[in-house]
Design a protein around this ligand. Structure first.
Ligand code: URA
Length: 423
């Protein structure tokens, strides 16, 4: 087998054999297949797709490229949640401690921001002292003791995906169902959880913009999980409007803490509770009442324990950006739309995300949505507040938002958050 043969097969619309897939993933992980060859193969897959059997083989080969965790020592059901990525999607922060309240372990191996989407690790690192790097032994210990961990995936977990993901990001081959499904599921399966709950985002702020494609992605991932003996279910959820009222690292931590205190935006609470119910049902606890645990302080208590266990100063003030600017309504009316992608790009440009891999983020940067879709507003009233340490970034953020939110004369409907469920 040679890389050129594998690329040619896919380029010409053929089907890759199991042997070809095993070989190319292994050789790429070792560095025997060059980045430019893998880029060509990724583009051929992007353009010509892949059969379910090829996706299954590709995922299995990526899992085998590294270690798999053994969570048996935790001694309780382990359930993991994964979002395909969105704007203002801070759900992991309240969700992991919430589910842990019910004696279910939640090992959240998380990532950093990617393009216009935020990353859970970047958000949590805005808490002074919080550590995201943990050993397998530390993860298991914290799962036993507290039940929730949110940390970085070790480099040994699916290293083929780590390399391939970075390549896809710079070759415009991210938004491919076979490539996204295998990328997400190889990491989740290698993590060794008993069940996986997927939050598959649909809309402008998601990688899948339309419902049919998002559903196909969800079905593909649910099938991959089942093939590996992992109970996998998915919710399809709206990402045409940002979740909650904040996008940006420390701003999102603040909002998550509001949810853990029993308040917070209704959409964030609704999705957190819905995903918690799916996770608890997958763990054999269908009668648990997560909404009550948000109201009565049990989830907050877990959050405080989890943050402290990972070195975070749970009562320390969160970073605040040096400068703010507001965008105001031009007329009386109701906020009619608020495009998730535009808000994500604007928060990114304000410094909440990176321009290049490895750069630091500004913890205080981002956007507060003071009035969201459906809410009344008066002419001159602020609708969006932009935060950054570097005011020369305001112009680029305003550019990204121009024409992407509006005020209309009639109350608009935010629409449902949960669009469908795939099992
Ligand atoms: N998240 C991933 O981990 N991989 C993808 O391909 C897309 C989103």
């Amino acid at each position: 087998i040679t890389a050129v043969d594998v690329i040619r097969t896919k380029r010409d619309g053929g089907e890759l054999s199991s042997a070809q897939i095993d070989w190319v993933i292994d050789a790429y992980t070792k560095g025997d297949v060059a980045d430019e060859q893998m880029s060509a193969l990724a583009m051929a897959i992007f353009l010509n797709g892949a059969k379910p059997r090829e996706i299954a083989d590709w995922t299995a080969a990526m899992i085998r490229s590294g270690i798999t965790l053994d969570l048996a020592a935790v001694g309780k059901p382990c359930v993991d949640k994964h979002s395909t990525g969105g704007v203002g999607d801070k759900i992991t922060l309240p969700l992991a401690p919430l589910v842990a309240v019910f004696d279910v372990a939640v090992p959240q191996l998380s990532g950093r921001g990617l393009g216009h989407t935020g990353g859970t690790l970047d958000k949590l690192e805005s808490i002074p002292g919080f550590q995201v790097d943990m050993s397998e032994a530390q993860v298991i210990e914290q799962l036993k003791e507290i039940g929730a961990v949110i940390c970085a995936a070790t480099g040994d977990l699916a290293p083929a995906d780590k390399k391939l993901y970075a390549l896809r990001d710079i070759t415009s081959t991210v938004e491919s169902i076979p490539l996204i499904a295998s990328s997400i599921m190889c990491k989740k399966i290698a993590e060794g959880a008993d069940a996986i709950v997927l939050d598959v985002k649909v809309g402008s702020g998601a990688f899948m913009k339309d419902f049919a494609k998002a559903r196909e992605l969800a079905e593909t991932m649910v099938r991959l999980g089942a093939d590996h003996g992992t109970d996998t279910r998915a919710l399809l959820t709206d990402m045409s409007v940002p979740l909650g009222r904040t996008a940006g690292n420390a701003l999102e931590v603040r909002e998550s803490v509001e949810v853990l205190a029993g308040g917070g935006p209704a959409d964030v609470v609704e999705l957190t509770v819905a995903l918690a119910k799916e996770m608890l049902a997958a763990a054999g606890k269908p009668d648990a009442d997560p909404a009550a645990a948000l109201k009565d302080g049990r989830a907050m208590d877990k959050w405080r324990k989890m943050i402290s266990a990972q070195g975070g100063e749970v009562d320390a003030p969160l970073p605040i950006a040096r400068e703010t600017e507001e965008l105001t309504a031009g007329s009386d009316g109701y906020v009619a739309d608020m495009d998730a992608y535009a808000v994500g790009v604007a928060a990114w440009r304000l410094g909440a995300g990176r321009e290049r891999q490895g750069q630091p983020v500004q913890f205080g940067a981002g956007i507060e949505i003071l009035k969201t879709v459906g809410e009344p507003v008066k002419a001159g009233e602020p609708v969006l507040r932009l935060h950054t340490d570097t005011p020369d970034r305001f112009a680029a953020a305003k550019d990204a938002l121009a024409g992407r939110w509006s005020v209309g004369s009639r109350p608009a409907d935010r629409g449902p958050i949960i669009l469908d469920r795939v099992t």
